[in-house]
Write a protein that binds this ligand. Structure first.
Ligand code: GLP
Length: 240
């Protein structure tokens, strides 16, 4: 596993964008993430499209997850997040972008459909990941068992609290989500994980220190992947 330490969030975002620029022509399917962490990377990618350095024409994307229960078009839905922070500003064909959507917590067919979309595209070439403070990846929460495939997840209090900053209150945060499973994430040919700030220290410590792999910190599964690059900032590195 490669670890790249940047002096701050801005540099981290630029280095992650450099990583993409270097191999962009070879990428067909991008695995994309939401959360505040990849916003700087997306800004950089938009700039590089504007500068003519990269193009999203003929690219496909699959996103990791989506809340359940938000009306279509809700500003905090991950589909809106992706449209606002990336898709509306680059030359991607919106029909080639995929964000999972489950109409309710029993919508198992939405999970199967999403996995067949990923398989039909031939899998993900490069997957972008953030990490939750509790070590979750996508919405795969710490638990005694994890799902290989896309599934419906009950969010933990830690995640609802962390994400309540985007909503008016804790009560407004959806309690369930549809999420790509850890197996599907691990099938990506290459993975980049972005994390900044000392809040992520426990999660990143579980990944970078020791050789334990545990469902209590799903990010530790990345130790099993042959091609992972971790981008962190100095603040986080100093807290490890
Ligand atoms: C969310 C998302 C994750 C994301 C994580 C961290 O709950 N489901 O994909 O990595 O939380 O978010 P942030 O980048 O805002 O810290």
């Amino acid at each position: 596993m490669k670890v790249i330490i940047s002096k701050d969030y801005d540099e981290l975002s630029k280095k992650a964008a450099d990583f993409f620029e270097e191999r962009f022509d070879k990428i067909k399917v991008l695995g994309l993430a939401t959360g505040s962490t990849p916003i700087g990377l997306y800004k950089q990618l938009i700039k590089r499209v504007e500068d003519g350095k990269i193009s999203f024409k003929d690219k496909y994307s699959v996103n990791l997850d989506e809340y359940i229960g938000l009306p279509i078009g809700h500003k905090e839905s991950y589909r809106e997040f992706m449209n606002d922070n990336l898709f509306n500003h680059v030359d991607i064909d919106i029909k080639n972008t995929n964000v999972p959507f489950a109409k309710d917590v029993d919508d198992i067919s939405a999970c199967e459909k999403y996995d067949s979309i990923i398989d039909g595209l031939g899998g993900v070439d490069v997957q972008v990941l953030g990490v939750g403070e509790n070590g979750h990846i996508a919405f795969n929460e710490p638990d005694s068992e994890l799902n290989y495939n896309t599934s419906i997840i009950k969010l933990t209090d830690s995640t609802i609290n962390a994400n309540s900053r985007f909503f008016d209150s804790y009560d407004d945060v959806p309690k369930y989500a549809i999420s790509m499973g850890v197996g599907k994430i691990m099938e990506a040919k290459e993975i980049i994980l972005l994390a900044n700030g000392k809040k992520k220290a426990d999660a990143i410590r579980s990944l970078l220190e020791g050789d334990k792999i545990t469902c209590n910190s799903p990010v530790t599964l990345l130790k099993l992947h042959p091609n992972v690059t971790v981008f962190i900032d100095e603040e986080l590195n100093n807290a490890l």
